[in-house]
Design a protein around this ligand. Structure first.
Ligand SMILES: [Zn+2]
Length: 540
C-alpha cells in the first residue's frame, strides 16, 4: 500500500479542547516529542489568530527537527487581494515549509457565514492557494465541511476543491468538520470524488459521532494518503481522530509503514507525555496506550493470558510500548500474585509458604476495604515490604492537622515530623484543605532530600465510604492517582478516619515515586517511558 503521511494538529485543533491551554514552552516540547515519534507534519498553530502562536513559530525556528515538517495554519484571504491579507501574511512570517489553509466547501456556509457569492468563494480559495504557492510553500488545502457540503450540493463542493487545485494545492484534505458522517458515507463520497480529483487526498475527521478513527480508516481504505489527527484525540467538542489509535491500526492492522517499528514502541510514552503537558489525566481505557488497555482482572482471563496472551489480547502490548498488567484482587488468586511479583523482579514462587501467606494477607486487606487493582503503587510497596525488599525513604514520627474557621474563611494547616536519612525534619504548611495541607507539608520536608518529587503531582483524589456491612464501623477508602511525565500510578489508604486514609495513600504515592526513581538510576531495566526525566511541576 502507498505510504501514508501523518499530520498532527494537537497544537492547533487539539489546543481547542476545553481545559487545555498550552504555553509556548509546552508547544515547543510537544513538537520535539512528536518529531521523535516521527510524524511527518506538525501543525504548530494559527499565527494570524494570536500572538502566542506567532511567538511559537518564532522560537520553533531554533528547534532541530529530524522527521517532521512544521506547518502553519490559517484561512483563505479576506482582504481584496491575497498579498494584502494580514492572515496570509502572518502565515508567511511563520517561515514554515508547509502551510495549511482552510476554505469553505459547503454552500450553506458561504451564504450564511461568509456572506459572499458562491463564485467569490471559489476565487478566495484559488487566489489564496496560488499566492502561497508563488512564495514557494508546500500548500495543504483543508476543505472544511467537505462531506456535509457534498451531501447538500456535490457539484459545488467539488468545484471548491478544483479551485484549490487550480491554485496549485499539493494536497487536498477533505474534512468531516462536524463529525456527523458515517464510514459508509465517507467511502461513498470519496469514491465519487476520486474520479474528479487526481491530487493526493487527505482526511480530517472529528469525533462527534464517536467515529473519527473509523471514518479516517474508511478514507485511507478508499485511497487517502494523508491523515490528520491529534494525540489522544484532543480537539474541540468531542475531539479529533485519535492519532495514537490510528498509528497503531495503520501499522499493525493494515500493514501500512507510516512509522518505523522502533518508533511505534514510543507510542504509549508519547501519548502519556502529551497528556501530561496538556494537564489531562490519560484515559485509563484508551485503546492501545491507556493503563488498562492490556490489564487483566478476572481469574479465568488471567489464567488464560498466562498460558497464551493471545487469548485476551488483540496485539502484543510491547509493540506500541504498552505493558501487560495483571490486576491483583481476590478474584485472581495465587497465579496472578506470583506473576505480578515476577514482573517486579521479586522472587516469589507459587508453591511456597511465603506465597500462601501473602495471598492470605491480600485477601484480608481486600476484606478490610483495600482495593488493589486501582492501586498498583501501593501493591508493589506492600509486596516489597512483605518480602523485605524495601528500605523506607523516611520514617514518620507524627503529624498534626489543624482546621480553623475564621471570618467565613476555612484555614487548614498541617505539620509533620519525619526522619530522613537520619536527619530529623519538622515542617508546617497550609493548604486548600487538610489533605492538601498534609501533602504540602510532607513535600516541603522531603524536597531537599529528594528533589525529583517536584516532578510529580496528584491527578485524582477519590473518597468512598465503604458499606458498613463490610466491617465493624464505617470506613473510608481513599484512592489517589499520581502522575509524572512517564508514568501514572495509583495508591490507596483505608481507615475510619478520612485524614488517616488520605495520609496512607499520600505516603505510598510519594514512596512509590522515590522507589521508581531509585530503580531508574540504579540501572534497573527501564519501564516504558522511564527514559527522560520529567518536567518539574509542583503539586497544586
Ligand atoms: Zn478540525
Amino acid at each position: 500500500m502507498a505510504r501514508i503521511e501523518l499530520y498532527d494538529t494537537t497544537l492547533r485543533d487539539g489546543a481547542q479542547t476545553e481545559g487545555i491551554s498550552y504555553s509556548v514552552q509546552d508547544k515547543l516540547r510537544i513538537t520535539e516529542k512528536l518529531d521523535a515519534l516521527g510524524v511527518h507534519y506538525i501543525e504548530g498553530g494559527w499565527p494570524g489568530s494570536n500572538p502566542k502562536d506567532a511567538e511559537f513559530f518564532r522560537r520553533a525556528k531554533q528547534l532541530t527537527l529530524r522527521s517532521s515538517t512544521l506547518a502553519a495554519f490559517g484561512s483563505t484571504r479576506r482582504a481584496a487581494t491575497a498579498a494584502k491579507d494580514p492572515n496570509l501574511r502572518a502565515l508567511l512570517t511563520a517561515e514554515t515549509r508547509a502551510v495549511t489553509i482552510f476554505g469553505k466547501g459547503w454552500d450553506l456556509h458561504v451564504r450564511d457565514v461568509l456572506k459572499v457569492s458562491l463564485d467569490e468563494n471559489l476565487r478566495l480559495i484559488e487566489e489564496s492557494v496560488a499566492f502561497l504557492k508563488r512564495q514557494g510553500r508546500h500548500v495543504i488545502y483543508d476543505a472544511e465541511h467537505f462531506f456535509d457540503g457534498y451531501k447538500d450540493n456535490p457539484s459545488y463542493a467539488l468545484r471548491t476543491v478544483r479551485a484549490a487545485l487550480d491554485g496549485g494545492a499539493d494536497v487536498v484534505v477533505l474534512c468531516d468538520t462536524n463529525g456527523g458522517s458515517l464510514p459508509s458515507e465517507i467511502t461513498e463520497i470519496l469514491n465519487a470524488s476520486k474520479q474528479e480529483i487526481q491530487t493526493p487526498l487527505g482526511i480530517h475527521a472529528h469525533n462527534d459521532s464517536d467515529l473519527a478513527v473509523a471514518n479516517t480508516l474508511a478514507a485511507v481504505q478508499a485511497g487517502c494518503q494523508h491523515v490528520q489527527g491529534t494525540m489522544n484525540g484532543y480537539g474541540e467538542r468531542c475531539g479529533n481522530a485519535n492519532l495514537a489509535s490510528l498509528i497503531a491500526i495503520l501499522k499493525l492492522k493494515l500493514g501500512i509503514d507510516c512509522l518505523p517499528d522502533a518508533k511505534l514502541r514510543a507510542l504509549a510514552e508519547t501519548s502519556r507525555y502529551v497528556a501530561e503537558l496538556s494537564n489531562m489525566a490519560q484515559r485509563a481505557n484508551q485503546p492501545f496506550v491507556g493503563e488498562a488497555a492490556f490489564a487483566h482482572k478476572g481469574g479465568v482471563h488471567v489464567n488464560a493470558v498466562m498460558k497464551n496472551p493471545r487469548t485476551y489480547e488483540h496485539i502484543e502490548p510491547s509493540a506500541v510500548g504498552s505493558q501487560r498488567k495483571i490486576l491483583v484482587s481476590e478474584l485472581s488468586g495465587r497465579s496472578s500474585l506470583v506473576f505480578k511479583a515476577r514482573g517486579l523482579a521479586l522472587d516469589l514462587s507459587k508453591e511456597t509458604p511465603q506465597a500462601t501467606r501473602l495471598l492470605r494477607l491480600l485477601q484480608q486487606l481486600e476484606h478490610r476495604g483495600y482495593h488493589f487493582e486501582a492501586a498498583e503503587g501501593s501493591l508493589e510497596l506492600l509486596l516489597r515490604r512483605q518480602l523485605k525488599q524495601f528500605k523506607p525513604f523516611f520514617t514518620l514520627e507524627g503529624f498534626r492537622v489543624i482546621m480553623e474557621k475564621r471570618d467565613h474563611r476555612l484555614i487548614s494547616e498541617a505539620s509533620v515530623k519525619l526522619h530522613v536519612k537520619g536527619v530529623p525534619e519538622q515542617t508546617a504548611a497550609e493548604g486548600d484543605g487538610p489533605v492538601n495541607a498534609l501533602d504540602n507539608a510532607i513535600r516541603k520536608a522531603l524536597r531537599q532530600f529528594y528533589p525529583t518529587l517536584s516532578e510529580m503531582h496528584l491527578t485524582d483524589f477519590k473518597v468512598r465510604v465503604l458499606d458498613e456491612k463490610a466491617g465493624t464501623a464505617a470506613k473510608v477508602r481513599v484512592l489517589i492517582q499520581s502522575q509524572d511525565a512517564h508514568d501514572s500510578w495509583g495508591t490507596i489508604g483505608v481507615s475510619e478516619n478520612i485524614i488517616e486514609a488520605s495520609w496512607q495513600a499520600l505516603v505510598d504515592s510519594i514512596e512509590y515515586k522515590l522507589l521508581k526513581d531509585q530503580a531508574g538510576t540504579a540501572g534497573r531495566k527501564p519501564r516504558a517511558g522511564d527514559r527522560k526525566r520529567a518536567r518539574a511541576r509542583t503539586a497544586r
